[in-house]
Design a protein around this ligand. Structure first.
Ligand code: ZN
Ligand code: FE
Length: 255
């Protein structure tokens, strides 16, 4: 049986929109609602009708288009409770371990507090796909607007435990600046150097660097390497995973 199709497209300044379509049943989900008009036109161009909204967190560039998508399509909204901060409550509020079905495809919910306290990730284990919102970026991670470094590290550690071949759809194209920062703390990491060269080539041709994979990020993303002894020593916190993560995140904020 064919698996679901992911259609990814740029929108707003540096967001990505994602439509997940199950060919067997015709069901289609939009992952977040950064730009309702763009999402509706991308769906229409494929002859798809949006039946579900899957929110990752409450920020306006992720849930701000919910009302327009629902009024245009009647789609059911799934998401964390915090989405009520900018609009209607989701039809179904999701928690760790819950499952969401789109036709024949099933997503498992992973709670990833840090960027916001209610942030969730949608993992489709049978299809090796994860929609990670603003928790994990290619060579980066989300800013800690609401959570602590310890919470964010635990969240990233859960994503790090997914299979290496998991295809990771991040919600922003931030990779060129993330790569420059990553090299400033982990310059001797050969996997990172090769990855950064690839990013430079892709961005010069305006090619997206999303999706990435868990395996690739584990080897090169400094925010997934806070337990690496070389990185810990470089930022001055040998043996301390959370202090290393917090220091790397602080340096990125100032970079
Ligand atoms: Zn956000
Ligand atoms: Fe965002």
């Amino acid at each position: 049986m064919a698996g679901p199709i992911v259609h990814m497209f740029p929108c707003l300044k540096d967001n990505y929109g994602f439509l997940l379509h199950d060919p067997a049943t015709g069901e289609t989900a939009t992952i977040d609602t950064p730009d309702a008009a763009k999402i509706l036109s991308e769906a229409a161009a494929r002859g798809w009708t949006i039946t579900q909204v899957w929110n990752t967190h409450w920020h306006p560039d992720h849930a701000g288009g919910n009302a327009d998508i629902v009024s245009a399509t009647g789609a059911k909204v799934f998401g964390p409770e915090e989405v009520t901060r900018i609009g209607a409550a989701p039809d179904r509020i999701l928690h760790e371990g819950d499952t969401v079905k789109l036709g024949n495809a099933t997503a498992q919910i992973i709670e990833t507090p840090g960027h916001t306290l209610g942030h969730i990730v949608y993992h489709l284990p049978d299809h090796h796909i994860a929609f990670v919102g603003d928790t994990l970026f290619a060579l980066g991670c989300g800013r800690l607007f609401e959570g602590t470094p310890g919470q964010m590290w635990d969240s990233l550690d859960k994503l790090r435990a997914l299979p290496d071949d998991t295809v990771v759809y991040c919600a922003h194209e931030y990779t060129a600046s993330n790569a420059a920062f990553a090299l400033s703390v982990d310059a001797k990491n050969a996997d990172l150097v090769g990855y950064a060269e690839d990013v430079t080539k892709k961005r010069a041709k305006d090619i997206p660097t999303v999706p990435t994979t868990i395996g690739r990020e584990k080897r090169a993303n400094p925010f997934l390497r806070a337990d690496n002894p070389q990185l810990q020593a470089f930022v001055g916190h040998p043996g301390d995973v959370v202090a290393t993560f917090a220091e790397v995140r602080e340096r990125k904020n100032r970079f």
